[in-house]
Design a protein. Structure first.
Ligand code: FES
Length: 133
């Protein structure tokens, strides 16, 4: 099988991203909504000088509903059947009907540009047979 390359896409300047404020973007294409979070502390897979920036697909792995970021609980919550996912632990499901973690968007930090870039996806985006289609 052929694996198509992931795009490298700038999401935001690190200096513009406030701690615990979701940044909305699409990756690897316009039909795939995602959220980036700067946690303010080192987390699994986090990038940047403090290893604190992570990003996830916001399509729930159960049936594809859009998960939202709960700033108080610092989790992703699905409004459809109440699955909860942990952004500090690679998108792992905490509670609910989903059987897969939220796909984690792999980020890179370009220090010279202070840029956060999306470069790949770990996990299969809901409803797809391949992430790059
Ligand atoms: Fe998210 Fe069912 S679609 S828990």
């Amino acid at each position: 099988s052929t694996t198509l390359p992931y795009p490298r896409e700038a999401v935001a300047k690190l200096g513009d991203v406030a701690v615990n404020e979701p940044v909305y973007f699409n990756y690897p294409d316009s039909r795939s909504p995602c959220i980036m979070i700067r946690k303010g502390r080192e987390v699994k897979g986090g990038v940047g000088p403090d290893k604190d920036v992570v990003a996830y697909s916001t399509q729930c792995t159960h049936m594809g509903c859009p998960v939202g970021y709960d700033k108080e609980e610092e989790t992703f919550k699905c409004p459809c059947h109440y699955s909860i996912f942990d952004p500090d632990n690679a998108g792992q499901m905490v509670i609910g009907h989903a059987t897969e973690s939220l796909p984690q968007i792999i980020l890179e930090y370009d220090e010279a540009e202070d840029a956060l870039l999306a470069v790949s996806v770990d996990g299969l985006i809901y409803g797809r047979q391949a992430n790059i289609i």
